[in-house]
Design a protein around this ligand. Structure first.
Ligand code: FAD
Length: 506
């Protein structure tokens, strides 16, 4: 007779990077002391050490865990992020801003963007749609304040996220998780024992002789996918033909301009990030090894820093794509072990966050129902594919023809799901997305227009809204934005007042 299903007694997390400690923190918060959670990590192997820019939903993750924002920003040497400035992406010498928030304000039953597009195509606007983004207005003025809860105010139309030091972030979450009963074991996993009858993971063996058994294993071991791939062979979908960058050289430098946003500058064979923190600026050149050597990429990066480099440049290698199964038998891959779509829109920590929330929602008991894995894999696949399409758009929508990478990207075929969206936009000015998409309409507008893709016409209804004083409303919105930004403190002053971190060596 088989025994009745019972709640899990033991969960083992392999890996103590951001993925491992985010998982440990959230799971311990969710299950309390009902289940023993063990995290194994190897200091000798270390972590990837990057992953310092986020998107707004990270705030919900912190709120769910009861993490106080000012403590969090202070302890991670963090800063605020209102979006990403993209430099030289559509064409050389041109920039645009992908904001965390909407454009303008709604003043009619037709969305703001439809009216703006009609005006723009008729030649009645004198600047880009960026001029109607609160995020950009704040960002270019170097200002920061929290959004207003009063939805009638223009100050309610933006959102924000954080930049933080990846090492301090993992350490912060480690303290949180250990305080809630998570046991950390230092050691290197050298072997994985599978059950003969069904291939489930039974235990992992460490180099110090320990053997750790578990019912559910979470693979947070990074790119190599120690459990999900090396032990279980879940398989990998390679997306390099759409997302061709496969290397990043990273280096921190002395702090420069303390901008409340990330900057992404397109370069000959990829793009460079700039992430301002309180104690330093993070930099990296994400590139495609087919078009530039690692040494050349490092030299380009070092000649484009705000200040003195604080370490030697470090190269990271990756293959863009995702695991075929994120959850296989009694193992769930979270973090880089699940896949990596490159850091262009700071989506990796977000994918970790949603993987954890999904796992908690579908948490199995010890019967390990395969239906749960199926649902988890279906939802996660959809999430990856939606994000993938948005990232590909950045490479595809370019007029650049000045280097092999950009010529390749401009000519490459894209997934049908993305082509469908592009066709809607180009033909009718329409944005087609379902409400579960991570990147909502303003994000798509930002990249389409920012990278020079214009529709043939504005959506039809915009032409039928006779009598709406559009020009007057646009002018009012601009004035309201200017007044709101003028009254805000600088990003520096905001941090100094609320969450200044103690000085530490970078
Ligand atoms: P890792 O940090 O690699 O951690 C793996 C862990 O597993 C380590 O603790 C290691 O010691 C342990 N381990 C491995 N093998 C063993 C073993 N045999 N035994 C015991 N332990 C083992 N994400 C964002 O959201 N925003 C960004 O701006 C961003 N920028 C990025 C830039 C680059 C160039 C790259 C490559 C990634 C970036 N990411 C970004 C992704 C982000 O860094 C990762 O999603 C995040 O750090 C999680 O990594 P991880 O914990 O899965 O892996």
């Amino acid at each position: 007779m088989t025994s009745a299903p019972a709640p899990l007694n033991t969960i083992v997390i392999v890996g103590g990077g951001s993925a491992g400690w985010m998982t440990a923190a959230a799971l311990s918060h969710a299950v309390g002391n009902t289940c023993k959670i063990t995290l194994i990590e190897s200091e000798a192997i270390g972590t990837v050490g990057v992953g310092e820019a986020t998107i707004p939903p990270i705030r919900h993750f912190n709120q769910r865990l009861g993490i106080d924002e000012t403590t969090f920003v202070r302890e991670t040497q963090g800063s605020y992020k209102l979006g990403i400035e993209f430099v030289d992406w559509g064409k050389l010498g041109h920039s645009y801003f992908h904001p965390f928030g909407q454009y303008g304000a709604e003043f009619d039953q037709v969305p703001f963007y439809h009216h703006w597009m009609r005006e723009h195509l008729a030649g009645r606007t004198d600047g880009p749609i960026d001029d109607f983004s609160m995020c950009w207005a704040m960002a270019k003025a170097g200002k920061f304040a929290h959004p207003s809860p009063d939805r009638r105010l223009i100050q309610s139309t933006f959102d924000y996220a954080y930049h933080f030091d990846a090492g301090l972030y993992a350490a912060f979450l480690r303290r949180f998780a250990e305080a809630r009963g998570v046991t950390r074991i230092e050691g290197k996993v050298v072997d994985t024992a599978l059950r003969a009858e069904d291939g489930f993971i039974q235990a992992v063996a460490l180099d110090n002789g320990m053997r750790i058994e578990g019912e559910l294993f979470i693979d947070c071991s990074g790119f190599r996918g120690l459990l999900i791939e090396e032990a279980l062979g879940a398989g990998y979908d390679n997306w390099q033909h759409w997302l061709p960058c496969d290397r990043a050289v990273a280096v921190p430098c002395e702090r420069g301009d303390f901008t409340p946003y990330t900057r992404s500058t397109a370069r000959e064979a990829g793009w460079q990030w700039r992430i301002p923190l309180q104690h330093r600026t993070g930099n990296g050149y994400v590139h495609c090894s087919e078009f530039i050597s690692e040494d050349e990429a490092a030299a380009t990066l070092l000649s484009n820093l705000d200040g003195k480099a604080l370490a030697d440049p470090r190269t990271l290698r990756f293959v863009t794509g995702k695991r075929r199964k994120f959850w296989d038998r009694n193992c769930v891959a979270i973090g880089l072990s699940a896949g990596f779509m490159e850091p262009l829109e700071s989506t990796s920590l977000h994918l970790i966050q949603y993987a954890i929330l999904r796992l908690i929602a579908l948490l199995p008991d010890n019967s390990m129902s395969p239906l749960l894995a199926r649902e988890y894999n279906a939802q996660t696949t959809l999430e990856y594919e939606r994000i993938r399409d948005f990232l590909i758009l950045h490479y595809k929508a370019t007029e650049r023809q000045d280097s092999d990478l950009w010529r390749y990207c401009a000519a490459m075929p894209v997934p049908d799901s993305l082509q469908y969206k592009i066709d809607h936009f180009r033909t009718n000015g329409m944005l087609v997305a379902d409400e579960r998409e991570l990147f909502a309409n303003p994000s798509w507008i930002a990249v389409y227009l920012g990278q020079g893709m214009l529709p043939a016409r504005a959506p039809a209804l915009a032409h039928m809204r006779e009598g709406v004083p559009v020009a007057e409303r646009l002018a009012q919105i601009r004035t309201a934005m200017q007044e709101a930004v003028a009254a805000m403190p600088s990003h520096d002053a905001f941090i100094a007042r609320h969450c200044a971190a103690p000085p530490i060596a970078a």
